[in-house]
Design a protein around this ligand. Sequence first.
Ligand SMILES: [Zn+2]
Length: 158
Amino acid sequence: MKYVLDTSAILSGKNIPLDDDLYVPPGVLSEISEGGRWHRKLEMMRAAGLKELNPPGNVMTRVKDQASRTGDDVRLSDTDLEVVALAIYVEGTILTDDYSIQNLAKSMDVEYKGVAQEEIEEEWEWEYRCAKCHRWYKELKDECPRCGGEVRSARLVR
Ligand SMILES: [Zn+2]
């Protein structure tokens, strides 16, 4: 089995299948500070054969396009997108507790597993809220049509 780990998986350090092939994009490693308490876990995974790999650019483009379609792009970092792209590239399963990564993975038929929490059963939708007048919107807008305030992603709807 091949697994691609995101930062949440490394930080949780639980349920990591060390006997399987483990991959991370370089961005995940840079999110974990050198010498910190998480670093030892990382060293352990490296000793177990954790591989650092960049996903190809064309796969990244596909993942970015899909993330903007599902609306997950506002909550996902480039590193998160690399995790999904790398899983597509190596045909592996993502280990993550990040709901937005799980949601994006599901929409692209990429396998994923939660490490600490239960994985989500269905796709999540988000709603957006004006930071100024607190009106809710179904879609993300550049600015609030009512008051011009900043609209931010907010709650999950099932
Ligand atoms: Zn407003």
